[in-house]
Design a protein around this ligand. Sequence first.
Ligand SMILES: NC(=O)c1ccc[n+]([C@@H]2O[C@H](COP(=O)([O-])OP(=O)(O)OC[C@H]3O[C@@H](n4cnc5c(N)ncnc54)[C@H](OP(=O)(O)O)[C@@H]3O)[C@@H](O)[C@H]2O)c1
Length: 239
Amino acid sequence: MQNKFLSGKFAVVTGGTRGIGRAIVERLLQEGAAVALCGRNPENVARAARELKGQAQGEVLAETADVSRLEEVERLFRVVESRFGALDILVNNAGLGVFRGIGEMTPDEWHAMIDLNLNGVFYCSRAAIPLMKRRGAGYVINISSLAGKNPFSGGAGYNASKFGLNGFSEAMMMDLRYQNIRVSYIMPGSVDTEFGGRGARTDWKIAPEDIAEIAVALLRMPARTLVSRVEVRPSQPKK
Ligand SMILES: NC(=O)c1ccc[n+]([C@@H]2O[C@H](COP(=O)([O-])OP(=O)(O)OC[C@H]3O[C@@H](n4cnc5c(N)ncnc54)[C@H](OP(=O)(O)O)[C@@H]3O)[C@@H](O)[C@H]2O)c1
């Protein structure tokens, strides 16, 4: 088999059954990595596993896990450790957006966003870092949003979670850089996925594959160089 730039590398992508996560899984597999993905819906996880195993050369591990739940994250990483034996790349992608004015947002909706977009990233990173340290190197990519720097009406919970994720990512980068673990975060504008219950797909938005291409470009940077934050937006957003 042809040697690719991620051959022999092991990755976890949270929320890899559709959208941006799925595109990143496919791209990492194309580059030769073995990839574990997760999602909450078992049927979607099983379908993604079937589809990916049909097209990919690399190993695919698909697990049902809700990354906003600590015990499910710990189980996921136990499975990854026993199947892969190592971990080089973590993509914290799974995220949720509930867009409602602060007066209308329920505490459950607030908690769901913070629990996934912020706590889930902490749980996964905490589980992944020891495996990377054992490897002597690693790379964590957090999928944030331009909503992590641009507040908007109806975005309070989502804004709070993504502003928080940006700060978390930068502090984590400083915690880990001298241990050869790089941390980057990508802040996309509108991406053409089903995120937030969106309907018809549109071609003015960023394609999920373009975010996957950015993730691969980050991973390709020489170890001496770290692109820590990427902002990316549609070239010509709808007016
Ligand atoms: N689309 C955009 O315009 C846009 C823009 C900027 C940033 N982002 C960010 O990009 C990331 C991915 O968004 P997307 O547009 O690809 O979303 P998406 O199409 O809704 O896909 C979300 C993925 O995450 C999984 N997921 C959701 N909740 C989960 C949980 N609690 N535990 C594990 N997996 C979970 C979903 O599967 P299940 O439902 O089966 O769990 C699915 O695989 C998010 O962090 C989002 O904030 C998106």
